[in-house]
Design a protein around this ligand. Structure first.
Ligand code: SF4
Length: 683
């Protein structure tokens, strides 16, 4: 290879929310190596298997390279001109016939911030609707709700460096070693080098549970109970941080009274966690000088996801674990840019920078800048829009980079709803399952083929640079969304994503000082960013994000989750495996990874396997109220008793969301993916 042909480009991982950055060495379209460098702000020289080896999908022969238009039961290739014309005419027809509120827009949490901003601007400015959302609805929206209620911002309260420097990590419902591997590496290192303590609360004995100083195993869906009981015990012992509570919070007395039902006896009965372990959790929190609480889908994907997230934040407030290095709340974001997609306004109730659509001043500011009228009522989100389709309120959708049929809850219902739409546009890198229902399919390009910014789990904004040219006729979402907007009559002419960022900086105070110059290379900024470019690695050092600057205790009540019954006698949990990302659209197209983990499986405990006569390798049928799947059994003591586990990378007949249903957290509308009673039959 002649060195002049080899190029080195900075990019950011397209998989999880850790936001690892690295230099990618390429020759033409060939990826030679991924090289993490010390100046990578989130990861330094670390990556996991996906960031290092999960890039073959970029050159996959499955890539969409030309627009497709439905022609009866088939699709035919079309020019961009024809496809965009079809999209514009289709969407405008729905707007004229039913109004803009009959269209739902879904932004991609793998797209850039600038692309999310443009999609929500298209929805609001051109179609006059707040029906826009992103996949945070499917994962961390409850965590955001819990933090909004108590501390004011929905994002992680500090940085990955705080997680490293904490005295104690309380990890609830997070399989960190597989879902956020580089953060798990930091915790393992802190444990070894600094003597950091680790409490893991989970229903599955994964790697971090094995490594924990204390592992507790609650009954599925009962985290709120033990969290509240531990908090009550801390207060009963007089271990609360009285000075912090008096100086920095409001509502403590009412909250303290609300904890009365959460005695250790009640918690032991309801959660199955022995009383001694509950006391030990309280003691370890009391003994630690600084505590970081980490949580993920094991908490949020339940009917009480928002309330349980709130309970975690209440516990941190009671013990004064906010606003100091090594403290705080860390809901670990799933997609590489699920934080940014929300930050930049692809949310049904929020304009960019978390300005409420219900706030007349915020609305007036955007209406003036965009010369339009924005409805004051929030729109449908990407979960509640499905029932809105059934009720005849949503007639068309524009779905950007979201594999809705596989990742939404209740696949059969979603397919039925999509097939009843009058018009569907899907914009993606591959011909997804969702694309099968589309009228027009637009070929988007990957993160390596465009510029823009991502926001990782620690609110860190980072630039990505173009590593290679788009494959075939595929285009960045940045260009496609503008083509659609112009065809629908908008006068948009952004020539580079930096111009979008400049517009956002003027309209959203938390991004006031963000510019591409300040993000050059491996530079990054953690929002909120002041007009002078000063960013905020650690929130709440002086004030919480409420008008009086004080955090708010939020009283909670417990409601029973779905428990197994006679017909569905087992409880099915689901989540990631290290090697795959979600449904595996990208990782299955990276042969080194897909050969290692070629399919899904069902984890069964040794005791249950013995009782049911099931052995590793047996084919089994898993049946829920909403559907059934076939998969292969794996007998393991990672799960126990009548609890099962299936990774979410199953495809076709193995896809987990064939089993999940339409129950959800009422506060965030996040599906209760993990509250899933099933039965199992050996085939
Ligand atoms: Fe880092 Fe996550 Fe990418 Fe792994 S998947 S390299 S931990 S960003």
């Amino acid at each position: 290879l002649r060195s002049t042909q080899i190029k080195k480009t900075k990019t950011v991982c397209t998989y999880c929310g850790v936001g690892c950055s690295f230099e990618m060495w390429t020759k033409g379209r060939k990826i030679l190596k991924v090289q993490p460098v010390p100046e990578g702000p989130a990861n330094g020289i670390s990556t996991c298997i996906k960031g290092k080896f999960g890039w073959d999908f970029v050159n996959s022969s499955d890539r969409l390279t030309r627009p497709l238009i439905r022609d009866g039961n088939r699709f035919r290739e079309a020019t961009w001109e024809e496809a965009i014309d079809r999209v514009a005419r289709g969407l405008m027809r729905i707007k004229e016939k039913y109004g803009g509120d009959a269209i739902e827009f879904i932004a991609s949490s793998k797209g850039t911030n600038e692309e999310s901003y443009l999609l929500q601007k298209l929805a609001r400015q051109v179609f006059g609707t707040n029906n826009v959302d992103n996949s945070s609805r499917f994962c961390q929206a409850p965590a955001t709700t819990g933090l909004w209620r108590t501390v004011g911002y929905g994002g992680d309260s500090g940085s990955i460096s705080d997680i490293y420097s904490a005295d104690l990590i309380l990890a609830v419902g997070t399989n960190t070693a597989e879902s956020h591997p580089v953060i798990a590496t930091r915790i393992k290192r802190a444990h070894k080098l600094r003597g950091q303590k680790l409490i893991v609360a989970d229903i599955r004995k994964h790697e971090m549970a094995e490594r924990a100083d204390l592992f507790i195993h609650p009954r599925p869906g009962t985290d709120l109970v033990w969290l509240s009981a531990v908090t009550k015990y801390i207060i009963d012992q007089g271990w609360e941080d009285r000075k912090f509570i008096e100086e920095r919070t409001t509502g403590f007395e009412e909250y303290r009274k609300s904890l009365e039902p959460f005695t250790l006896d009640f918690a032991e009965r309801e959660t199955g966690i022995p009383r001694e372990q509950l006391i030990r959790v309280a003691e370890m929190i009391h003994e630690a000088k600084s505590v970081c609480a980490l949580w993920a889908m094991g908490v949020t994907q339940h009917q009480m996801g928002s309330d349980t997230s709130t309970a975690i934040s209440n516990l941190l407030l009671v013990t004064g674990n906010y606003g100091r290095p090594g403290t705080g709340a860390y809901p670990l974001r799933g997609h590489n840019n699920v934080q940014g997609t929300s930050d930049f306004g692809a949310m049904s109730a929020y304009l960019p920078g978390y300005q409420k659509v219900s706030d007349p001043e915020a609305r007036a500011k955007f209406e003036k800048a965009w010369n339009c009228k924005i409805p004051e009522k929030g729109g449908f989100d990407n979960n509640s829009c499905l029932e809105a389709i059934e009720e005849g309120k949503i007639k068309a959708m524009y779905v950007v980079g979201e594999e809705l049929t596989t990742t939404g809850s209740d696949t059969n219902y979603i397919k039925k709803m999509l097939s009843s739409l009058e018009f569907l546009v899907v914009q993606d890198v591959f011909f997804s399952e969702t694309a099968r229902f589309a009228d027009v399919v637009l070929p988007a390009c990957t993160s390596l083929e465009k510029e823009g910014t991502f926001v990782n789990t620690e609110r860190r904004i980072q630039r990505i640079y173009k590593v290679m040219e788009p494959m075939g006729e595929s285009k960045p979402d940045f260009e496609i969304i503008q083509m659609v907007a112009r065809a629908c009559g908008a006068n948009w002419n952004y020539s580079h994503p930096s111009e979008v960022m400049d517009e956002v900086a003027k309209l959203a105070p938390i991004f006031a000082g963000v510019s591409y110059d300040r993000l050059e290379g491996f530079n990054s900024l953690q929002w909120p960013v002041g007009p002078d470019g000063k960013d905020t690695p650690l929130l709440y050092t002086e004030r919480f994000n409420f008008p009086d600057g004080r955090a708010r205790f939020y009283p909670l009540e417990y409601r029973h989750p779905l428990f197994p019954d006679d017909e569905f006698d087992l409880m099915l949990n689901n989540g990631r495996v290290l090697e795959h990302f979600h449904e595996g659209n990208e990782t299955y197209r990276s042969p080194g990874i897909s050969e290692k983990v070629p399919n899904s499986f069902l984890e069964i405990s040794p005791e249950l396997a013995r009782e049911r006569g099931i052995e590793t390798g047996d084919m089994v049928r898993v049946i829920s109220r909403w559907g059934q799947v076939r998969t292969v059994a794996l007998v393991t003591d990672r799960v126990s008793g009548k609890e099962l586990y299936m990774p979410m990378n199953g495809r076709g007949e193995e896809a987990i969301n064939i089993l999940t249903g339409r129950i959800m957290d009422p506060d965030s509308h996040t599906p209760a993916y993990k509250e899933l009673p099933v039965r199992v039959e050996k085939i």
